[in-house]
Design a protein around this ligand. Structure first.
Ligand code: SF4
Ligand code: SF4
Length: 203
């Protein structure tokens, strides 16, 4: 049996909003965001981010920020580091989410994520019938370079979730599981921010 091999079509779709789809998320951790902000300043690139994965800490009235996402509400509707001729212009230091793509982390519940395929990638769309029932072993074969990166992404995310749960177990924070949309929006407007970080993952 011939196993499918992932070949990026270099269409740039994953670096842009997709008309008709819900918000395109290109998540990045605070440390990744800082690196890209510095590069954007040096290159005079209009790079903006917005909070993405956040948890409301009702004990300290703080919003805990785990990830941001790249703002795409600009003229090109894309990541400002994308260039039509050359593709990603920060390839060497692009965020985990971009390194692992079209593999992504899918949220299963509040603190649990799993490695999944993003159905919006054009390679995935073109090969959907073969990919839809692929198990982990097959994904590792098909996405030979991307799967290890997705695993690093997954491990970092897991450490961050563990850190939040540990802080909660130590009674230093209390994450609300049942906050109403109205209260959450109010908290987003009024509460201070605290970024949640873990040390650099070398594994
Ligand atoms: S960092 Fe690079 S790969 Fe990631 S969205 Fe921007 S241009 Fe695309
Ligand atoms: S959408 Fe998929 S095929 Fe197109 S550039 Fe992104 S990863 Fe490559």
């Amino acid at each position: 049996m011939i196993i499918l091999k992932y070949i990026c079509q270099k269409c740039g779709t994953c670096c842009h909003e997709i008309p008709g789809e819900s918000v395109k998320r290109i998540p990045l951790y605070p440390d990744e965001a800082n690196i890209l902000i510095d590069i954007a300043k040096k290159r005079n690139v209009d790079f903006k981010i917005i909070e993405d994965l956040v948890f409301p800490d009702i004990k300290n009235q703080k919003i805990l920020v785990v990830t941001y996402r790249i703002r795409l509400d600009n003229e090109t509707k894309g990541c400002p580091f994308y260039n039509k001729e050359n593709g990603c212009t920060v390839h060497e230091i692009k965020p985990f989410a971009c390194q692992a793509y079209p593999l992504a982390l899918k949220r299963v519940d509040a603190f649990t994520f799993q490695i999944d395929i993003d159905p919006l990638c054009n390679f995935v769309i073109a090969n959907y019938d073969e990919l839809k029932n692929a198990d982990i072993n097959m994904l590792q074969e098909i996405f030979k370079d991307e799967y290890p990166k997705a695993e690093k992404f997954f491990r970092k995310n897991k450490k961050l979730m563990f850190k939040i749960r540990k802080l909660e177990a130590e009674n230093k924070i209390k994450i609300s599981r049942q906050i109403s949309i109205e209260d959450f929006n109010k908290a987003l407007k009024e509460w201070e921010r605290e970024e949640i970080k873990v040390g650099k993952s070398k594994d």
